[in-house]
Ligand binder design. Structure first.
Ligand SMILES: [Ca+2]
Length: 474
């Protein structure tokens, strides 16, 4: 049996990149680029083989605002269209105001065309007139869409923010205040209440940050801007359908700048598919101060995604010394994992709640988990391992459990895209095929990392750590 010199992996590790304009925003779903990077860093690192389910084409509750670093080369701001300048009312002497005027003109022209397309999809003139009565081009939205610079945050740092003491205590208080509602929702949808409460905490800090942007304006701006125009036009059509049902009015339809609405940050298409009227007033009101409809809608979403009531999302585990990471792939019953030495942090085998896979969000030196099907159900809400960890752990904490027993490696962070390219390039130069040098850590790169790690006598966790890059450089 191979001996893995785990201690040889000195620094390690990693993290996940969060692209967000503020630390808190990184935790919220509109900062979807983080999800993309976290998935890349935290999930793929383990090995494609340890992830049985293919979770590529999942429905997302909130939009993926595209991965950072890609497609960022061209300007994201509305570009002046010189051929139109003569048609634009001159608003002021500065280049900024001129650009704004051009953008407004282009926007209004776009709205005109959009209205025709919307009518063809069954949106009435009355709905359109009401919806666009206060709609305007929002330069700030474009600004924020463009300011998604890549930066890194470790899984440990991410969890520290997502599951802060304040968020735990506020969560516990809210779970008490809304105990009857949460219990009723749990009874109707068979979704454990603490997970619903945790998603509420993650998405809007229990309703405190539901978003204050005029949804129609934001979606129209993003649809017009064109970077992900077709996605946002689809969301805009969905928003108009919501208005047409009479669930709410355009002035109350507020959202994050990227179109995530209400207590649990549904995007319009998810609203249409999953939102429910729990209070019985005939309106699916996820925007109201009363969170009942929003929380029930979230439970409905999780239920339809396959939630298994009573099954944990995951359990923190310890790995035995010299654990052979080539055994880390696939799903097993916890009792089978226990035979490989993978046990709960209390030293006992994890109960057989169902099959589980091993999750190592920061590689061999970080905290390990056995995660169950419910973990992947949470990922349906936001396809990020770090997010799902945050929700699951916050739920446990709200339920009265303590912090994680293990610790995350010091100095960890995920590789930036350029560093990932360098890692691939260095591995390729040593004869380990990474399937290209594109900065994306896919299964071939992970296999190459494992092969290099095995040949070097270090823990073959397939994890693209900074330590590994440093080692390859030397
Ligand atoms: Ca209602």
């Amino acid at each position: 049996m191979r001996q893995f010199l785990i201690a040889a992996l000195t620094i390690p590790a990693l993290a996940s990149a969060l692209a967000a304009e503020s630390p808190l925003a990184g935790i919220r779903p509109e900062a979807r680029p983080s999800s993309v990077r976290i998935v890349a860093a935290a999930s793929r690192a383990i090995d494609a083989a340890t992830r049985l389910s293919t979770d590529v084409s999942m429905t997302k509750v909130a939009p993926v605002v595209s991965a950072p670093a890609t497609g960022m080369s061209r300007s994201l701001r509305p570009r002046p269209r010189p051929e139109n300048l003569t048609e634009v009312a001159y608003r002021g002497p500065t280049p900024e105001s001129r650009q704004q005027a051009v953008a407004d003109f282009g926007f209004q022209r776009w709205v005109k065309g959009f209205r025709t397309r919307a009518q063809a999809q069954g949106i009435s003139l009355a709905t359109l007139n009401a919806a666009f009565s206060h709609a305007e081009f929002l330069p700030d939205v474009i600004e924020r869409d463009g300011n998604q610079a890549e930066f890194t945050l470790s899984v440990g740092q991410y969890l520290g923010r997502a599951v802060s003491d304040a968020r735990v205590s506020t969560g516990r208080a809210n779970a008490q205040t809304h105990a009857r509602t949460l219990a009723a929702i749990e009874a109707r949808y068979d979704v454990d209440r603490e997970i619903v409460a945790a998603i509420w905490g993650m998405e809007s800090n229990y309703g405190a940050n539901r978003g204050k942007t005029h949804l129609i304006s934001a979606l129209a701006t993003l649809a017009y801007d064109g970077r992900r125009g077709s996605f946002f036009e689809k969301q805009l059509i969905a928003a108009l359908k919501i208005l047409q049902t009479g669930d709410t009015t355009e002035d109350r339809m507020l959202a994050s700048w990227a179109g995530a609405m209400g207590h649990t940050q549904f995007i319009p298409t998810s609203y249409l598919a999953y939102a429910v009227d729990f209070t019985g007033d005939g309106k699916r009101d996820i925007w109201a101060d009363d969170p009942s409809d929003a929380l029930a809608s979230t439970a409905a979403y999780l239920a339809k995604s396959g939630w298994i009531k009573g099954q944990p999302w995951g359990v923190e585990v310890n790995l035995p010394k010299g654990f052979d990471f080539t055994h880390a792939a696939g799903k097993r019953m916890p009792s089978d994992w226990a035979r490989l030495g993978v046990k709960g942090v209390d030293g006992k085998p994890v109960p057989d709640h169902g099959t589980a896979r091993l999750l190592l969000p920061a590689g061999a030196l970080g905290i390990a988990f056995l995660v169950f099907k419910n973990f992947d159900v949470i990922r349906r809400y936001n396809a990020s391992d770090a997010y799902a960890l945050g929700v699951g752990h916050l739920g446990d904490r709200i339920n009265g459990r303590g912090p994680l027993a293990g610790s995350w490696p010091e100095g960890e962070r995920s590789l930036l895209r350029a560093e990932a390219r360098e890692l691939q390039s260095l591995l390729s130069a040593k004869g380990y095929a990474t399937g290209g040098v594109d900065g994306k850590i896919g299964s071939k790169t992970i296999a190459a990392i494992r092969a290099y790690q095995k040949a070097s006598g270090i823990a073959a966790d397939g994890y693209p750590s900074l330590a590994l890059l440093t080692r390859l450089r030397s």
